[in-house]
Design a protein around this ligand. Structure first.
Ligand SMILES: NC(=O)c1ccc[n+]([C@@H]2O[C@H](COP(=O)([O-])OP(=O)(O)OC[C@H]3O[C@@H](n4cnc5c(N)ncnc54)[C@H](OP(=O)(O)O)[C@@H]3O)[C@@H](O)[C@H]2O)c1
Length: 269
């Protein structure tokens, strides 16, 4: 059966490869990108590669929470129901690491934007649906002052903290929902896959992006992930695994969620 799937960061790397695979499987893809021309080129390429490709384009800079909010609104205006949300967009380094909201861009794009988007779109996602959050093997204890933009961190530290913060809220949100709610699952797609992020951050070619696309398609669609809400899948080992211990620590998790909520309350009305 055709599913309606929103994927962020569909314009490059793992997101692009995953979108291509899901379009090939006949699903309806709501493709998100920040660059309108790049996004348009992606959907045009899908149309010429796959007969009957069913896609829609959504533009938003996820470092800007007002645009995240507008993205959720635009999706909700067109769709009463979503089956899957894949929070894939992510950033490791940027020429200007401070966003217009005064946040570190890693925490904004990798942690807070997917939290806000998920919160806003959850009412559209059926109980059998899923939210797949792109975590990472890079997970480091989160400094709340860095999360709110008051402490500046080097790229690697900001990235690893943002990914643990995402993994923490994923579990908290999953556990806060009733049994007949969508599953919220954090997935490390496999370390060092050959995207522009990995090339820029580590200066290596990296592995086959289809490995990341395969696991995201499985996480989004297959029965093996149906009862995985709140869990962390580590594709470095190919199994569900323990995330960083802080993601299993309820008081620490709840403290991070409170910080995210406080940041959002300040930024968006
Ligand atoms: N590659 C790996 O080995 C690996 C390992 C673990 C986790 N991950 C995670 O996997 C996800 C995909 O990463 P990737 O490796 O495929 O990297 P990538 O090729 O750099 O793709 C990142 C995607 O996110 C989008 N993006 C970045 N900043 C954005 C912003 N401010 N607003 C909206 N979209 C934005 C990019 O848009 P543009 O196309 O416009 O640049 C691109 O579509 C990330 O969450 C990453 O942390 C990757």
């Amino acid at each position: 059966m055709q599913k309606t799937i929103l994927i962020t960061g569909a314009t490059d790397g793992i997101g692009l490869e995953t979108s291509k695979a899901l379009v090939d499987l006949g699903h309806k893809l709501l493709l998100h990108g920040r660059n309108p021309a790049k996004l348009e080129a992606v959907s045009k390429a899908f149309s010429s590669l796959t007969a009957g490709a069913d896609t829609e384009n959504y533009v938003a800079d996820l470092s800007d929470m007002a645009e995240v909010k507008a993205l959720a609104k635009a999706v909700a205006e067109k769709h009463a129901k979503l089956d899957v949300l894949i929070n894939n967009a992510g950033v490791y380094s940027a020429p200007e690491p401070i966003t217009k909201d005064g946040l570190d861009v890693r925490f904004a794009v990798n942690t807070i934007a997917p939290y806000l988007l998920t919160k806003r779109l959850l009412p559209l996602i059926e109980s059998s649906g899923r939210v797949i959050n792109l975590s990472s093997a890079a997970q480091a204890p989160v400094d709340p002052q860095a999360l709110v933009g008051r402490v500046r961190l080097p790229d690697g530290a900001a990235y690893a903290q943002s990914k643990l913060a995402l993994t923490m809220w994923s579990r908290s949100m999953a556990l806060s929902l009733s049994d007949d709610s969508p599953a919220i699952i954090a997935v490390n797609p496999r370390s060092m896959l050959g995207s522009k992020m990995v090339k820029e951050a580590y200066g290596v070619a990296g592995g086959d992006l289809r490995i990341g696309a395969d696991i995201l398609c499985r996480a989004a669609l297959s029965d093996e992930f149906a009862d995985a809400s709140g869990r962390y899948f580590d594709n470095d080992t190919g199994q569900f695994a323990s995330p960083h211990p802080d993601a299993l620590n309820t008081p620490k998790r709840e403290a991070i969620v409170r910080v995210i909520e406080a940041v959002l309350a300040e930024i968006i009305q």
